[in-house]
Ligand binder design. Structure first.
Ligand code: RBF
Length: 155
């Protein structure tokens, strides 16, 4: 029986791009480092891990679209931290970001990971980016798992 549950995540030979927002940089830097380390733990070579920075989460989809158009990557990981403020800006950016990332992913039939935190406050963001949750690491692992799952369902 064909199964898509992997006991180990072997990303040998994969090439993966990370696009990370600079906004809330202390947190996105940590997520980027954790993400790179997760990919290394899955046997990716450093030469096959490409990191691109953009100003904020709103710019993640367009950067992912440009990278997808290069047809060089098995997956693209988008990382950002959106923290709620006094206005609705976070909702507009989060909606545009999630919809844009989904579009790039489906249009290119390529895993484009949503490693974007959308939190009520800085404390929640710190717990997820820096604390035990380590969402950057999780995004890296999820990227490799999704690439393997896609290969598994290909004819
Ligand atoms: N980008 C983020 O990644 N996280 C944020 O929390 C965030 N907050 C913003 C708040 C306001 C009021 C504005 C105008 C922008 C914010 N951005 C944030 C930046 C946004 O993603 C984008 O880089 C800029 O709007 C330029 O297109």
């Amino acid at each position: 029986m064909k199964s898509n549950t992997f006991t180990t995540l072997d990303g040998s030979g994969m090439r993966i791009a990370i696009v990370a927002a600079r906004f809330n940089q202390e947190l996105t830097d940590a997520m980027t480092t954790d993400c790179v380390n997760a990919l290394r733990a899955c046997n990716l070579d450093d030469v096959n891990i490409v990191t691109v920075r953009v100003p904020g989460s709103f710019e993640l989809p367009v950067a992912a679209a440009v990278l997808a158009a290069q047809h060089e990557f098995d997956a693209i990981i988008c990382l950002g931290v959106l923290i709620k403020g006094d206005t609705k800006h976070d909702q507009y950016i989060a909606d545009a970001c999630a919809n844009g990332i989904t579009r790039v992913s489906i249009d290119n039939m390529l895993p484009v990971l949503f490693g974007v935190l959308t939190t009520e406050n800085r404390e929640q963001a710190e717990t997820r980016a820096l604390g035990e949750q380590k969402k950057g690491w999780e995004a890296g692992m999820s990227a490799v798992e999704t690439v393997l799952a896609m290969r598994n369902i290909e004819k």
